[in-house]
Design a protein around this ligand. Structure first.
Ligand code: ZN
Length: 232
């Protein structure tokens, strides 16, 4: 009985190894790297889009200001000078000078802003191209990984079938315990008694448990709950 469950674990270990190799393969690394690249490009696009809408809103605001100042100047210029006193005319002149200087500042700001908008649009286009390229590369790398996985699948299927056969010869309560620990991602599950201790967590076995081990051939580790067996 012990022989069968140990053999079962051996085959299980082969499965674990195949899965680990797949997860650590350069193909899988490439997939992970490209997933990250695509994500980064998407985040950058979102932030550039926000930046662009803020800049455009600012641009619209400046345009309105510019228009208001221009209208003000035109109105002052259009006014009939014959109806105005010389004091009023001087005031108008000062006002026009002030508004013109404001317009010059505004037009500089608008020019700067429009440069910034152009830069943002260029960065957006560049990032978009990079994102599309990354996505294409990601798809290719995923295909490569799937191919590799497919290759390993036939080997995995073979091992799984052998394990199913072995299962029939194993005590169901031990099998149940084994599968529970397996679901807990504990591996290996059956460990040899080593210097009267659990080989994995090094917890010593009390005499009573050693007796139980001698009697049943296996005993549960009180600490990590793995199945301890006596090496023949
Ligand atoms: Zn243990």
């Amino acid at each position: 009985m012990l022989k069968e469950i140990l053999l079962y674990q051996q085959k299980d270990a082969a499965l674990v190894k195949i899965n680990k190799e797949l997860q650590n393969s350069k193909e899988k690394n490439e997939v992970n790297k490209l997933v990250e690249q695509v994500k980064q490009a998407q985040n950058k696009l979102v932030s550039l889009e926000n930046q662009a809408s803020q800049l455009i809103a600012e641009f619209e605001r400046l345009k309105v200001s510019f228009q208001q100042k221009s209208n003000l100047i035109n109105n002052l210029k259009k006014a009939d000078i014959n109806t105005k006193s010389s004091t009023q005319l001087r005031e108008d002149e000062t006002e026009i000078k002030k508004e013109i200087s404001g317009l010059l500042t505004l037009s500089k700001e608008i020019k700067n802003l429009s440069n910034k908008i152009n830069q943002t649009v260029t960065a957006f286009d560049k990032t978009k191209t990079y994102g599309v390229e990354s996505k294409t590369k990601y798809k290719a790398s995923l295909n490569k990984f799937n191919e590799l996985e497919q290759k390993e699948n036939s080997e995995r299927q073979k091992i799984l079938l052998e394990m199913e056969e072995l299962k029939k010869t194993i005590n169901p309560s031990i099998m149940k315990k084994y599968l529970e620990l397996r679901d807990d991602h504990k591996f290996p599950i059956l460990v040899p008694l080593t210097n009267n201790c659990c080989a994995i967590c090094s917890t010593p076995l009390a005499n009573a448990r050693l007796d139980l081990l001698n009697k049943d051939g296996i005993v549960e580790c009180e600490n990590c709950h793995r199945i301890i067996y006596q090496k023949k």
